[in-house]
Design a protein around this ligand. Structure first.
Ligand code: FMN
Length: 228
């Protein structure tokens, strides 16, 4: 039916064999944040991976309709994985109604993938302010200029709003943090480490939080192997 059907690349013909070393439960760190740190370091050292901190964040409406987008990881520790966004955006409103998220790190050149699932909560205002202050002046203005995820008439409208803000807050002046902008922390209840292998016999090792409690403290993790 389409005029491109004959010359188009057929994704069904695209096949990669992954030649990597095996991942066993014995090789894993005792908890997922330490394991994430190992893989994140290896990923960051690999020049084939642009923006190793880019992750796909999936959210869903209260009635379960999902949506996904790329966001940058800005902080992580045992308390969880943090990104910054507009709380009034689509993802922000979905999280307000249904506070669970999935974070997926697609590290294809290493034949690796990490999937974090858990409860999402807003970070403290002090944490948001501290991060906002580290952003370049232009990005600070951009956070004000864009009512993220709302429909706008044109790019010109966006640029006009930016120019207006740039005049109000010239370089060197302090830009206040927009009230609707801030951090989201995903507190993991499960973290899966996926390592690709030949013949689709991939390794999938998943840490599952045992206590069901949020936050730091004496958390224990069970590791289970999943069929690829
Ligand atoms: C590489 C990359 C990094 C991005 N980082 C962020 C980010 O850190 N925060 C953010 O709000 N949007 C970020 N975006 C834009 C989002 O993908 C998305 O367009 C925006 O957050 C609106 O999403 P929503 O309408 O689903 O809420 C990034 C996009 C790309 C491609």
């Amino acid at each position: 039916m389409t005029d491109t059907a004959n010359d188009a690349l057929d994704p069904a013909d695209m096949r990669e064999q992954y030649r990597t070393t095996e991942l066993s439960a014995a090789d894993l760190a005792p908890e997922p944040i330490a394991q994430f740190t190992r893989w994140f370091k290896e990923t960051a050292e690999n020049p084939a991976i642009h923006e190793p901190n880019a992750m796909i964040v999936s959210t869903a409406t209260a009635d379960g309709r999902p949506s996904s987008r790329t966001v940058l990881l800005k902080h992580y520790d045992r308390a969880g994985f943090v990104f910054f966004t507009n709380y009034d955006s689509r993802k922000g409103t979905e999280l307000a109604a249904n506070p669970y998220a999935s974070l997926l790190f697609p590290w294809h050149p290493l034949a690796r993938q990490i999937i974090v699932t858990g409860r999402a909560e807003r970070v403290g205002r002090d944490e948001t302010v501290a991060y906002f202050r580290t952003r370049p002046h232009g990005s600070q203005l951009g956070a004000w200029a864009s009512r993220q995820s709302s429909v706008i008439a044109s790019r010109a409208e966006l640029l006009a709003r930016y120019e207006e803000l740039a005049a109000r807050y010239p370089e060197g002046t302090q830009v206040p943090v927009p009230p609707e902008w801030g951090g989201v922390r995903v507190v993991p209840d499960a973290v899966e480490f996926w390592q690709g292998h030949e013949n689709r016999l991939h390794d999938r090792l998943r840490y599952v939080r045992e206590d069901g409690q949020d936050g730091e403290g004496d958390v224990t993790w069970r590791v289970e192997r999943l069929a690829p």
